[in-house]
Design a protein around this ligand. Sequence first.
Ligand code: NAD
Length: 360
Amino acid sequence: MKRIRIDASKSYTVAVGSGCAAETGRELKAVTGNARVMVVSDDNVYALYGKQVRRDLETAGFGTSGFVFPHGEEHKNLETYGKLLEQLCAENFGRSDLILALGGGVTGDLAGFAAATYQRGIRFAQMPTTLLAAVDASVGGKTAVDLKGGKNQAGAFCQPSLVLCDTELMRTLPEEEFRAGMAEVIKYGAIGDSGLFKLLEETEPETLRTAGANGLLEDIIARCVEQKKIFVQQDEFDNGARMLLNFGHTFGHGIEGASGYQVPHGFAVAAGMCIISRAAEKRGLCGSQTRKRIETLVKKYGLPAETGFKTEQLLPFIASDKKVKGCHVKLVVTGRIGHAGLVPANVAELADWLHDGGVE
Ligand code: NAD
């Protein structure tokens, strides 16, 4: 098992290992002492792992309850959040108790926001079960629910007490979800870890999902968390360095929005990374070898390097992105593998960037 210490406004450990879910009770005891635990999961994940995790917790002496909600982004909303708060209240959860998010990024964001706000804040821990949640959503303390007016519009920064990531739980992840998570993994390699990028180039994608590859997956997840740690520790509240984590995301959000959120986030980010790299190459901001390596790796992991949407379909969603301040946006460009930077642009120039990136 690998352990990564995150020192943000609160310090905590991200433990990554194969089979470590069996240690949930012991690991949580070390950070909470005696507490009641509300296990929050969507219906898919609860059916697979909920009972087992609660049994492990009870064996370790925790009292447990369960909050199960229907899976999907459309349930990361105020209604589900309200139901969770009401259940915590009805079951007399107090500030010394704990919420455990067992699931993907939707579960982590929802449970984390409830933890940030219930009784002005109770402890929470994360057990990510998707690759995306393992490498991204479970670390760094961003929590949120969606409003009718937009994604993640109500939220809080709230660091967990522990992140426990069992690679074994990802075996049941649908293929498409796994690929979507790989887009974020590729992003980490591109922006800050050329060794990780090379490792991905040398790895056959199928081997990551076969039995016996847990060590490799554990290593890859841990390297991504190490990357995220650097950005979170430098810029916990997302005002500067953390923006580099948005490589591929500005144009990616345009694609997600234009598709009515039918294109999965990871697929949109993959295309976004390729579009911005092609445009940056034309401006002399990205080497042609770097652009080629990014496109090749994206395709190798079964992700799109292009989008069928047109510039005018993407622009409204890009312009309303949270990262756009007035007429200005900072675009993340990977100049060479492992080194990214921010390039200021005017919103009026974005159409040119998209055209140069190969978008009609
Ligand atoms: P998700 O939580 O909806 O999970 C995707 C699907 O996989 C769901 O249907 C779920 O039931 C299923 N699933 C999860 N784990 C499984 C498993 N082990 N086996 C079988 N099925 C499983 O989606 P996601 O992609 O994990 O997360 C996306 C969310 O994360 C978005 O809401 C996004 O805004 C958020 N996010 C947050 C941050 C952050 O920093 N807080 C960062 C990135 C993304």
